[in-house]
Ligand binder design. Structure first.
Ligand code: NAP
Length: 332
């Protein structure tokens, strides 16, 4: 039987590539980084499957890919999928849930600790030789506690739950959360409370945004929301840059409406060097590294490979919720 032809848009670890080659007829981008978009668009015509991590996978792209049956994204977020266009053409889209939850949650705690205790800012202070006897008053180095503070998680999904576990069991934090629906099991395990977005913003010391990016969550947090937050609160975003109105965040920080922020994601990525957020000492900025550890990126690539094989051969695959009706076999 002929194997389905697939395009792999970046280099993969040997065992993962060997597994893919066992089941599929693979063409691999063997240069550094990922295959440039123009190359991808020019090559996709003959392939039934593709493994990638960016987009957009929209009608214009799908028009260039008449044989395409499956797109395997090496990510849990799939806002680069135009699910309606994919559904209309019967193209299955898969993602990599669960495998990265702990790694992203660790990073969120790192952002909270770094912003609250001013780790990045004061690291620069020491390295620049500003730590001198009689240099600054002790109070000028004070931060805000993370332990026993109130965390407000917006988007209590897989990653939200891993954050809650760390916050409550590790740091004795009080937990508030907001999602589309209440989660009684979370409340049972972590003693948290489901509340409205407004209530969460008013009460939380650390507001953590962890929803997927969708038409409903684009600019979920806007100027009026920063007005509700405490002047001592921190805003942490590791979801997608577009879930917050970035200009409103900049304004809120400049006007002292909140105390600081920890950001792994930006409206424009890579972030522009003239973005005012980069000049604010009370803002911790990271280059979208939520899942970026060697172990987790390996795990994600493995799951994405299994998804691609599953989607093209009738096996199990983590199909994104909106496209589950197209798949024979969906993994949990
Ligand atoms: P998930 O399990 O699907 O959880 C998403 C949560 O968001 C759910 O609790 C959902 O509520 C909630 N939600 C959805 N729409 C909402 C709305 N309009 N208002 C309030 N809550 C809403 O997803 P996950 O695996 O935790 O991942 C979340 C996102 O994190 C991903 O989609 C991705 O964009 C981002 N992410 C970023 C990085 C990074 O590198 N920074 C890494 C991984 C993931 P219900 O449960 O009530 O439906």
């Amino acid at each position: 039987m002929t194997k389905p032809k697939v395009l792999l848009t970046r280099k993969l670890a040997e065992p993962i590539l060997a597994y893919l080659q066992e089941h599929l007829d693979c063409t691999v981008w063997d240069k550094e980084g990922s295959m440039p978009r123009a190359e991808l668009e020019a090559s996709i015509h003959d392939y039934e499957g593709v493994m990638l991590s960016g987009g957009p996978i929209d009608a214009a792209f799908l028009d260039k890919a008449p044989r395409l049956r499956a797109v395997s994204s090496v990510s849990v977020g799939y806002n680069h999928f135009d699910v309606e266009a994919m559904k209309a053409r019967g193209v299955i889209g898969t993602h990599t849930p669960y495998v990265l939850d702990d790694t992203v949650a660790d990073l969120v705690l790192a952002l909270m600790l770094s912003a609250g205790r001013r780790v990045a800012e004061l690291d620069a202070f020491v390295k620049q030789g500003q730590w001198k006897k009689g240099g600054v008053k002790e109070e000028q180095l004070f931060g805000m506690d993370v332990h026993h503070a109130t965390i407000g998680i917006i988007g209590m999904g897989r990653i939200g739950e891993a954050i809650a576990k760390r916050a409550v069991h590790g740091f004795d934090m009080n937990l508030l959360y907001h999602s589309r629906s209440a989660k009684p099991d979370i409340e049972e395990r972590f003693g948290g409370r489901y509340c409205s977005l407004e209530e969460l913003l008013k009460e939380a010391d650390y507001v953590v945004l962890m929803t997927p990016l969708s038409p409903e969550t684009e600019h979920l947090i806007r100027a009026e929301h920063f007005d509700l937050m405490k002047p001592t609160a921190f805003f942490i975003n590791a979801s997608r840059g577009q879930t917050v109105d970035e200009q409103a965040l900049i304004d809120a920080l400049q006007q002292g409406k909140i105390r600081g922020a920890g950001l792994d994601v930006f409206d424009q990525e890579p972030v522009s060097p003239d973005n005012p957020l980069l000049r604010m000492p009370n803002v911790v900025t990271l280059p979208h590294i939520g899942s970026a550890t060697s172990q987790t990126r390996y795990g994600m690539a493995k799951v994405a490979a299994e998804n691609l094989v599953g989607a093209l051969t009738g096996g199990k695959a983590h199909v994104v919720p909106e496209l589950k009706s197209l798949a024979v076999n969906t993994a949990k």
